[in-house]
Design a binder for this molecule. Structure first.
Ligand code: SF4
Length: 317
């Protein structure tokens, strides 16, 4: 699985000041699961070290990129290389991208924009390279290293990447209708945890009441699926999914066992225990009653468990 990364996050000395912005989560944890494809638009067109650049709003409300001493307008230079590298993403077959925060080139949001005359900056900008990636690949999982400090965003992002990769691998196999139904079914509870409406929409596509051509149907499914997995999960929706899973075996267990499970679910809802603790309990029963339908659910196994993303209470909100 290939992940695009702003080069400086990998420790490459490509920042304007000749330094790097190495990120440990990327270089020590994610490296076990992904092949990194580094991108540094600025390094391609400038020397290192170099004069820093910044986003500036002109009097006509146009965003420009200028050197921080204000002597040079480098908007078209940065724009052209950003466009060229964004085009490259398609050929690199990435399944996600981690961008460097706050950069006028790579920053995904809240990048400082300065007024042309003297005055305070506002955190309202998007880096030029990030803009190109977002507009060309609206469903590519994208995050910034800073936002990945948040356990909730981190969990959502990695779940999205693995689902994104799985979908494209699945489509490469030229699936049959039956295989599409099986794929769709396996994502039922992951998507429920994000949005019931999205799962319903996907279900309508798969049902194909309008008898659409299957190739067209797969295209529709792909877009709706990518949109669905880009949504963030919530505690309430996840709690409802857990209740659904419990429903598969509740009639088979004792009153005491029921109380214990429901108490565990409540503890999760009240943010007292992490999701992994609840999943462990439910898995005991799913195995005990050999519930094949649930065993195939991606919700129970969305990514390598060693990532331990569900071990933090803060991963759900
Ligand atoms: S933020 Fe982007 S352009 Fe700047 S040094 Fe890092 S990779 Fe290069």
């Amino acid at each position: 699985m290939k992940l695009g990364i702003s080069s400086c996050l990998l420790g490459t000395l490509c920042r304007y000041d000749g330094g790097h912005s190495k990120n440990r989560f990327i270089t020590e944890v994610l490296k076990e699961y992904f092949d990194f494809v580094p991108y540094c638009p600025e390094k391609m067109v400038f020397t290192t070290p170099r004069e820093a650049i910044r986003l500036v709003k002109s009097k006509e409300e146009r965003i420009k990129v200028v050197t921080s001493n204000g002597n040079m307008d480098v908007t078209s230079t940065i724009n052209d290389i950003s466009k060229e590298l964004a085009n490259q993403i398609e050929y690199d077959e990435l399944c996600g991208f981690i961008l460097k925060s706050n950069s006028p080139t790579c920053g995904m949001e809240r990048v400082k924009v300065y007024p042309e005359e003297k005055g305070m900056s506002e955190k309202i900008g998007v880096g030029i390279f990030a803009q190109h990636i977002k507009s060309q690949y609206p469903f590519l999982p994208i995050e910034e290293e800073g936002r990945l400090e948040d356990a909730w965003l981190r969990e959502n992002f990695l779940m999205q990447i693995f689902a994104y990769f799985h979908l494209f691998e699945f489509l490469k196999t030229e699936p049959s209708v039956k295989e599409l139904i099986a794929f769709h079914t396996s994502y039922k509870y992951i998507i429920y945890a994000k949005s019931h409406k999205a799962y319903k929409e996907l279900g309508n596509i798969v049902a194909n009441h309008a008898k659409k051509d299957f190739i067209m149907l797969l295209e529709l499914y792909k877009d709706a699926f990518l949109r669905a997995i880009s949504l963030k999960g919530s505690i309430t929706n996840t709690y409802n999914v857990l209740l659904h899973l419990y429903g598969y075996f509740k009639k088979e267990i004792s009153k005491e066992e029921k109380c214990e499970i429901l108490e565990t679910l409540e503890e999760f809802k009240k943010e007292q225990i992490p999701l992994i603790a609840v999943i462990k309990v439910l898995n005991l029963y799913i195995t005990r009653f050999d519930i094949t339908y649930l065993k195939t659910q991606k919700f129970l196994n969305p990514y390598p468990k060693e990532l331990a993303l569900r071990s933090k209470i803060e991963a759900y909100k």
